[in-house]
Write a protein that binds this ligand. Structure first.
Ligand SMILES: [Zn+2]
Length: 210
């Protein structure tokens, strides 16, 4: 039996974030990408409160500790401010919080860090005449970007620092995992686009005669 780790954030319900809007508003099949990330690593989104779009170009994704959200019970928050001599609890990695306040447990920290995905860039770069392949490519890039940024989040929350090499390293096996699921994802896209069997097949037949 698969145990889903739901202890994370009560701040924004686990799993509701993307379906509720944000990147879904920019690309309606974004939830398929989020689901792939969860299937691949059920803990990847443990600290994530929201996945948001990042209009205006730039890299594929973006994460800043300045967007971190760490909510603590009031009395513990007061002690943390004294102990770390700071007003900004959001910037203190959760592992540091747990280590410094013995009574604090993970369940009482509500973590809602924010990552950004450049939906517009991904859509632009994924253009393909076959809508199944186009959407597959978009979903794959969104999923990889979410995992990349989520890897930064996990590293920051556990060690206080992160590197590009580990975030990029997380993408490579995930890319293979997604490619291996092409048939399954194609069926999800077919359903989401409301395509008939004939329409679905015609996209691949056209592809072959080109
Ligand atoms: Zn990165």
């Amino acid at each position: 039996m698969k145990i889903i780790n739901v202890k994370m954030s009560q701040y924004i319900p686990y799993g509701s974030l993307v379906e509720g809007g944000k990147i879904e508003a920019s690309y309606p099949l974004s939830h398929v990408a989020v689901q792939l990330v969860r299937e691949y690593d059920e803990n990847a989104l443990y600290n994530i409160g929201a996945v948001e779009d990042m209009p205006g170009g730039g890299p594929y994704g973006y994460y800043s500790t300045g967007d971190n959200v760490h909510q603590l019970p009031q009395e513990i928050a007061d002690r943390v401010r004294l102990e770390f001599n700071t007003e900004n609890i959001d910037l203190i990695p959760t592992s540091f919080l747990l280590n410094s306040i013995p009574e604090l447990n993970e369940q009482s920290i509500q973590i809602g860090d924010v990552i950004h995905v450049n939906i517009n860039r991904i859509i632009t770069e994924s253009q393909h005449p076959n809508p199944i392949i186009f959407n597959f490519n978009v979903i794959k890039e969104i999923a990889k970007t979410i995992l990349h940024e989520a890897t930064h989040v996990i590293e920051v929350e556990t060690t206080g620092e992160t590197s590009e090499s580990s975030a990029e390293g997380a993408e490579t096996p995930f890319d293979r995992y997604i490619n291996d699921k092409f048939d399954e994802i194609a069926q999800i896209i077919k359903r989401e686009l409301g395509l008939s069997d004939e329409e679905f097949l015609s996209h691949f037949q056209q592809e072959e005669t080109k």
